[in-house]
Design a protein around this ligand. Structure first.
Ligand code: SAM
Length: 273
């Protein structure tokens, strides 16, 4: 999908990111928790820990959000020195040792960390080329960057649900598309963007189907987009309530509401200097 400039500005708008979107961990937690209904379930923090098996010393988690991955790496690899970094101070809460910084200008010396994580965050970054160079700069040759995002085909059913619910509210067949965060850095585009700097890139695809028999987790996921959704010319609360009714109608008719997911992790090796 080709993202529109207005869409891009919303997804990278720093004042939205640090306040309504990630001023607290609430919205991110709603998005993360939907995956508990996914089959097969993928233990993303476990996969990251596995990929860190040969890493020693320091690891930076850039755009660490509510620290889900920081906590797991610290638990499973107490020998590593984990540096949590995020541009939104509010979401960092009480994560020990967290630093407020931008991936486009990391306060980390050249080659200082054995691995760097940039998980579900590069789509929010204005200058992705610069961010990717920063990820490589802080690694020694052979160090790894672990990046994640979603496919352009991820959760299409939620997109359709939103457009139809918005259409019902607006009295038209389909409302405008909602903001799609990963459209600025899809799983399909990521290898080319990362490949401008990194030599070897391995993709771990993570397909699955979310199946819920209660509308609430899906409604909470849609509501987590409030920071952007209420800027798209759609009455936000009414659309959320209409979406709830539509999900309940599907559950009654089909026994469940299903959403096909495709996310992925990219493991990138830093080149020789
Ligand atoms: C979708 S959350 C992902 C959080 C976490 N990595 C995860 O996967 O659970 C995106 C995070 O990236 C942060 N972020 C956005 N732009 C950033 C930037 N330019 N530099 C550092 N962090 C940024 C946001 O504040 C937010 O906490």
């Amino acid at each position: 999908m080709t993202a529109q400039p207005a869409h891009d500005q919303l997804v990278t708008d720093r004042s939205l990111l640090s306040t309504k979107a990630y001023g607290t961990g609430q919205h991110l937690a709603a998005r993360q928790s939907l995956y508990q209904w996914q089959t097969p379930s993928h233990d993303l923090p476990g996969i990251v820990v596995n990929e860190l098996a040969d890493v020693r010393g320091a690891v930076a988690d850039v755009g660490c959000g509510n620290g889900k991955f920081v906590a797991r790496v610290r638990d499973d690899r107490p020998d590593l020195n984990v540096l949590p970094v995020d541009v939104s101070p509010g979401i960092l809460g009480v994560i020990p040792g967290a630093v407020v910084a931008d991936i486009q200008q990391l306060p980390i010396a050249d080659g200082a960390v054995g691995a760097v994580l940039a998980l579900h965050m590069l789509y929010h970054v204005e200058d992705q080329a610069r961010a990717v160079k920063e990820l490589s700069r802080v690694l020694p040759p052979g160090g790894i960057a672990i990046v994640s995002t979603n496919s352009q085909n991820d959760k299409r059913e939620l997109e359709q649900l939103w457009r139809r619910a918005a259409g019902d509210v607006l009295g038209i067949q389909e409302g405008p598309a909602r903001v799609q965060l990963s459209a600025r850095f899809t799983l399909e585009d990521a290898p080319a963007i990362l490949g401008t700097v990194f030599s070897e890139i391995r993709t771990i695809p993570l397909p699955g189907v979310i199946e819920v028999t209660d509308a609430e987790p899906v409604v909470a996921h849609l509501a987590s987009y409030e920071a952007w959704a209420d800027k798209m010319g759609v009455p936000f609360r009414e659309t959320i309530e209409r979406a709830r009714e539509r999900v309940n109608e599907t559950i009654q008719a089909e026994g469940a509401f299903r959403v096909a997911c495709l996310g992925g992790i990219l493991v990138c090796q830093a080149p020789d200097r």
